[in-house]
Write a protein that binds this ligand. Structure first.
Ligand SMILES: Nc1ncnc2c1ncn2[C@@H]1O[C@H](COP(=O)(O)OP(=O)(O)O)[C@@H](O)[C@H]1O
Ligand SMILES: [Mg+2]
Length: 360
């Protein structure tokens, strides 16, 4: 990144007495270069300057998209901090114009890196996260609607405005439709047990409607700061969706998704496959914190885990059928061979979890 962007952002920030020696680069994700601003009296801040190129492609400036993204973060941080004191930045603002786009927010500390966590520390962190997400999911969101969050010119809302019970039945129908698609392919897997499992699961799921909550679709370790006494969450990707479904998503990410994505270039340097035991302990702690010994809830959460694997298998299959993969897909999922191998892992896991001996 050119220093011009940094100078430009600092000029726009209008914070007095900031010297360049108080500013240091502390991180980088796919979308932002991240700097810490050290201050004497007030709390340190973080400046996240938006990259002009992401996934190797120039990103067009679209103010509605930027407002949507950053206003969603603001709403998420606000609700999260009501649920757990300062779990997210308490300061959050953003600036956008064609020449420079940035956020300014509280510095949440450095935290421990994943591979340095002991298994008991990982479990304790997961438990804290589970307890937090339980409270977060229980809270009635300030936003109306369901699905992707959009800026309508005045405020944020969910893209779909329909009865929750209707959306719930559609959600269940969707899983049946992808099950049907997968079973009519030439893929090799034990259709009989998988179909049997998913049909039973959906029949039961329909009767247990979940609650629409403000959920986070990006819970990867890059967006969680692991302190030993507390956890901090940054860079959320919020959406309005069903509560237990997204508790299942957390477990799915930490037990299954992150390790199997380690070979894609986007995730290679994180070496999640090498740290799969630590990730798995975080997921175990999460389940304890979220479920709080409710056996029925645990069963429903594990059903959600299975449905995420079904969806992952379906998305891999769909991607494989495209004539050409775009650069973002290539970086995030890898080439067709990697995608095929991962699809096989998904189908194997699905079969394993559908096996009747497991559910007895
Ligand atoms: N508010 C913050 N406090 C402390 N560290 C942060 C903060 N925001 C970002 N970081 C650091 O910068 C890294 C990348 O930031 P992130 O906002 O996730 O970028 P991106 O939007 O590109 O994914 C994070 O993994 C974290 O290490
Ligand atoms: Mg991030």
């Amino acid at each position: 990144m050119k220093d011009d962007d940094l100078n430009n952002a600092i000029e726009k920030l209008k914070i007095e007495n900031i010297k360049m020696q108080h500013i240091s680069k502390i991180g980088e994700g796919a979308w932002h270069n991240v700097y810490r601003i050290e201050r004497n009296v007030e709390e340190d801040l973080v400046l996240r300057i938006r990259k002009k190129k992401a996934y190797g492609q120039l990103q067009a400036y679209k103010d509605i998209d930027l407002i949507t993204e950053y206003e969603s973060s603001k709403v998420y941080y606000h609700q999260a901090n009501q649920c757990s004191f300062n779990i997210c930045p308490s300061v959050f603002d953003y600036f956008h114009e064609e020449s420079v786009v940035f956020t300014v927010e509280s510095f949440m500390g450095k935290g421990k890196i994943l591979q340095c966590l002991s298994h008991s520390e990982a479990f304790a962190i997961g438990e804290k996260l589970g307890e937090f997400f339980k409270v977060m999911h229980r809270k009635v969101p300030e936003l109306q609607g369901f699905g992707n969050i959009i800026w309508n010119g005045k405020h944020l809302e969910g893209q779909k405005q329909q009865e929750a019970s209707y959306i719930w039945q559609k959600d269940n129908d969707f899983y049946l439709s992808i099950l049907n698609s997968l079973t009519t392919t030439d893929l090799t897997f034990n259709r009989e047990i998988v179909v049997d499992k998913i049909l039973n699961l959906i029949e039961n799921r329909r009767k247990n409607q979940q609650k629409i909550s403000l959920v986070n679709q990006d819970v990867t370790p890059e967006n969680i700061i692991f302190h030993l006494d507390k956890v901090s969450l940054i860079d959320p990707f919020p959406r309005l969706d069903f509560d237990l479904k997204y508790a299942g998503y957390f477990v799915f990410c930490y037990k299954f998704l992150l390790p199997i994505y380690s070979n894609a270039s986007r995730y290679q340097n994180h070496e999640y496959n090498k740290n799969s035991k630590i990730l798995s302990r975080i997921a175990d702690g999460f389940m304890k914190g979220y479920i709080n010994d409710n056996v029925n809830l645990l069963k429903c959460l594990l059903d959600e885990y299975i449905l995420w694997i079904l969806l992952e298998a379906y998305e891999h299959y769909e991607t494989l059928n495209k004539s050409e993969l775009d650069p973002k897909t290539l970086q995030q999922m890898g080439d067709k061979e990697m995608i095929m191998n991962r699809l096989t892992l998904c189908l194997n896991e699905l079969e394993k979890l559908s096996s009747p001996s497991l559910t007895k």
